[in-house]
Design a protein around this ligand. Structure first.
Ligand code: PLP
Length: 351
């Protein structure tokens, strides 16, 4: 790995960040006349007149225990999309640097890089959805700053072997961003603790999936403290609002609720897999380490439209590379899944 100072955009190293009122005084007791807040209260019943903690310290302490990572290795964002964007803007000079992505995968990496005017080098998975490590390593050039790997991958559902991710980490001078949005559904453990062995690893996780908190927007990035420091330097000052901080804190104190739901979701995914296997127009159900199934149908587009008519909305992934004729189906509740299966049975019988 190259030194962090050689990878980061030079002007960011020199940047003097905005200093908020809460940066300059972070005590809890006193008469607060420093932030131009409304001292009389809020227009809502609950009080939100004070700015939230800019560094979300109490949340990070809770997460530190749950994830077994020191708080200074945690960055919190407004969904994972915020760290994705910040990491790209931290490392990649517009019109100069590039990132590597591995389609078919989550498309936000490409979108965020394109917004910042960075080239996106695409090294597709093989048609069996495996990483093509040699091609990935051969695609790196002098301006490649980041490689994004999503594992378990969206939309293919599979997880890549650790040994392959380590091989990329060892042979790349820049940072590898490993998106573990679906890790709670996986049989294998997170690679978060490997930040200690591989300083060029950034792990992304989210509360949007297993924790059931998509609406609150909380994404996590785990990395060496030096990188977290730079992300904090360029984020907007109060990026996690007070409601999110409060409710997430409540949620994190009851991890057994998350585990219970993950169990239910996995049971439903297995049921779906079993039932889909009996439907004539299903050609292949891809193995999944997530809360969804990627399914190849004969005539996926028509099935997608039919399901829409019946009020069942799935994701058509047919336009993505190696995903011709596929729909991505999230495991829902028992009733939702039964409805989906009965629609598919009716439709496919008539073919
Ligand atoms: C759902 C998902 C996320 C989560 O994004 P948030 O902004 O945290 O809601 C991140 N990465 C992947 C691959 C996803 O599928």
């Amino acid at each position: 790995m190259r030194k962090l100072e050689q990878l980061v955009r030079p002007h960011i190293l020199r940047l003097k960040p905005y200093s908020s009122a809460r940066d300059e005084f972070s005590g809890k007791i006193g008469i607060f006349l420093d932030a131009n807040e409304n001292a009389f209260g809020s227009t809502t019943k609950k009080l939100f007149n004070r700015y939230p903690d800019p560094y979300q310290q109490s949340l990070k302490l809770q997460l530190s225990t749950i994830k077994k990572v020191k708080a200074d290795k945690i960055f919190l964002g407004n969904g994972s999309d915020e760290p994705i964007d910040l990491i790209i803007r931290l490392f990649c000079s517009p019109g100069k640097d590039n990132i590597i992505v591995i389609p078919p995968t989550y498309e936000m990496y490409e979108v965020a890089a394109t917004i910042n005017d960075n080239e996106v080098i695409k090294v597709p998975l093989t048609n069996k959805f495996n990483l093509d490590i040699d091609s990935i390593l051969n695609s790196i050039n002098a301006n490649t700053k980041l490689i994004f790997i999503c594992s378990p991958n969206n939309p293919t559902g599979n997880r890549f072997p650790e040994s392959e991710i380590f091989r990329i980490l060892k042979n790349f001078e820049g940072f590898v961003v490993l998106d573990e949005a679906y890790i709670d559904f996986s049989v294998k453990d997170s690679l978060v603790d490997r930040i200690n062995d591989y300083p060029n690893l950034v792990v992304l996780q989210t509360l949007s999936k297993a924790w059931g908190l998509a609406g609150l927007r909380l994404g996590m990035a785990f990395a060496i403290p030096e990188l977290i420091f730079l992300l904090n330097k360029i984020k907007s000052p109060y990026n996690i609002n007070e409601v999110t901080q409060k409710l997430v804190s409540e949620a994190l104190s009851k991890p057994e609720r998350k585990n219970d739901m993950v169990g239910k979701i996995l049971k439903q995914r297995k049921w779906l897999e079993h039932e889909l296997g009996k439907i004539t127009c299903v050609e292949k159900i891809f193995p999944s380490d997530t809360n969804f199934l990627l399914v190849r149908f004969s005539g996926a587009n028509a099935i997608f439209e039919y399901l829409l008519e019946k009020g069942v909305i799935v994701r058509n992934r047919s336009r993505m590379i190696h995903c011709e004729n596929t729909l991505r189906i999230t495991a829902g509740t028992e009733n939702e899944n039964k409805k989906l299966i009965s629609c598919l049975q009716t439709y496919c019988k008539e073919l």
